[in-house]
Design a binder for this molecule. Sequence first.
Ligand code: C2E
Ligand code: CA
Ligand code: CA
Length: 713
Amino acid sequence: MVSLWRFISLKRFEKEKEHFSTEKWRRIFLAGVILSALTWAVTPCMFFISGDFTYQTITAIFIAGLSSGAMSSLLPLLRELRIFLTIILVPLILQFILQGTSIHYELAAIISLYLLLLLYISKIFNKNYVDSIKSQLLYQIKLDELSRSEQKFETIFKGVPIGIFFYDNNFIIKEVNQEFVYFLEAPRNFLTGLDLNTIKDKRILPTLQAALEGIQGFYEGEYKTLFAKKEIWINMTTSPLRDISGEIIGAIGIVSDITQRVLAQQHIEHQANYDTLTDIPNRMNLLKDINKEILRFKRHGRIFGIIFLDLDHFKNINDSLGHNIGDELLKQTAKRLLDAVRAEDVVARIGGDEFVILAPDLSNNEKIAATHLEYIALKIHESLNMVFEVEGYNLNISSSIGITLISHDTQDADDLLKHADIAMYQSKKEGRNTTRFYQSEMDNWVKRRLEIENELRQAAQNGEFEIHYQPIVEFATSEIAGAEALLRWKSPKLGEIFPDEFIPIAEESGLIFGIGEWVLKNAVEQFTQWQKRFPNITTFRKIAVNVSSYQFNNKDFLEQIEKIIKSSDIKANNLELELTESIIVKDIDSVRDKMLHLRELGVNLSIDDFGTGYSSLSYLKKLPFTTLKIDKSFTHDIQDDVDDKELISTIITIAKNFNLEVVIEGIETYEQYFFANEKRSKYLQGYYCSRPIDKESFSLMLASSNGICDKLF
Ligand code: C2E
Ligand code: CA
Ligand code: CA
């Protein structure tokens, strides 16, 4: 019954542990122990038959067995064990004493000793047992804690794009996180246990070593991965790991893959330093290099040179054939330049069609350095003079080159570029496709440009301008059919300056708008006066005025022309505007619209200096010109240059096809006149008939010859 009750108690305990407190359960258990001990304690009382030693011995052995069994089953609970032992052994001892013989006394004494011994050692056993359970539990708790912290470690470092690895004093990797596995593209089991001494890329070893020596290591740079064999950029920090006593037991490495960042940075840097179209250094990059060379010059006296190159008439190609072709041409130019120069020379593009070559480390001797540079320039000219093939077009280009050398007078890189630029300008002025060295006198030329610009500002108000007129004559009849107005400027300070010099300056400074308007007004006014004065010279029908492309492209230009025609007595078809190909700045369509508008008014449009540009024929058809003026450079050698003769014939034939009237310019001699006449052009213009003359002289000429160019008879 006791056992049954205890069994039920056990089941209840297992099922409803929370029902009672631990204390209460323990009391219930204690009750069970006492009850079962009392039950067993009955044995010595019931089966202990006086005088029968055999029974007595069996009882004693039985009780001893029970007690040693209790020693193990109740060992965890010392109090219960001791109570149990006392309850079952004390009645036995009493029974032996009650027998009253000496042997029974002795046995009672031995069992008493046995009880004491059990009570004593139970304490020791119990302590050991409890300790071992305790340490087992503790171990389990620690184990749980550990796995929890590992989990924490994983969760903290999983989402972070940082690779983390631990390695010991022998350079063996002990543990890695997921990101580390991920960006090294190697399996985890390859990485853990890896001996870092065996990696191929030794660049990171000092950083790994540093941490093992107790200092923080840092590495940022390229790294070639061992497993995936990938080139990546990494940023790595290592720190020592120490145990409680401070001893270094290994290190932790924190790595991130910064490849993307570095690539982006490199890209940005590249963009800042290189020209996007040609991928050669840009101005900023060039200046850096020049400054480096200046330092070298100051320290070692090594002379270097700057070659400034500008393509001739590039704008024409861009405007007429389109930007794609222009861009491609620039790319090819960059390539040719790179091929033409030495490996150590820097080829940079600093503007639209402007290239600069920095030729470093030439010599300590100025003359030798200059010879080197001249040779490089020669090679460049040769290389660029070869035909370019761009999208089916065969393009001939040339370049104007300016060169300057570093000297002790030079201030800085900007100075050098400015000098080379000035020299380049000079070679443009001297007929293009040439090279000029910078000379300090060129600064004078720059000064002169500035002076001209300054003087030009007041020239119109001060009445310094005058217009000269040159007759345009019909071949067949020698009649003066018209006059071209050519501007003359007599500056009180600078003397007489020719339009070839001051017109470009007026254009660049914007003064051309005022000047151009002045010429138009006055030329038209003068022409109407002549018409009134010589009503019988009916063949004199045309006044031709040069219009700069800047003027033409000004948005007010149409209005200006309309106003001039309205406010004077001229008939629109008596006015001819001379334009050059450079009017096509952006799109040919807007130019065409403007020209059509002028044609609607009745104004004639001639294309001036025909043959000096590029695209001439391609847009001749598209634009509504009425007249074509063949440039005087063709006329110059007309009597002995077969090619020029051919060209003129071809141009005239094409012009006739397009219903254009042709004027041949620059006829100076009888021979030229004779040859040109043969070509069946309609008009001529040139010194042979008359130089450009002032209005009084022109009036005299009209009056005396009755409108005939008498030279031609
Ligand atoms: P252009 O339009 O080609 O003018 C003809 C130039 O050739 C004039 O030079 C004239 O004097 C010159 N010339 C005429 N016949 C002969 C000849 O037989 N032989 C030689 N060698 N030359 C001859 P000029 O007056 O010095 O003008 C030069 C340029 O300046 C003109 O070239 C024109 O482009 C520009 N220009 C002149 N006046 C004006 C103007 O009022 N406005 C604008 N925008 N440009 C002007
Ligand atoms: Ca002209
Ligand atoms: Ca001309």
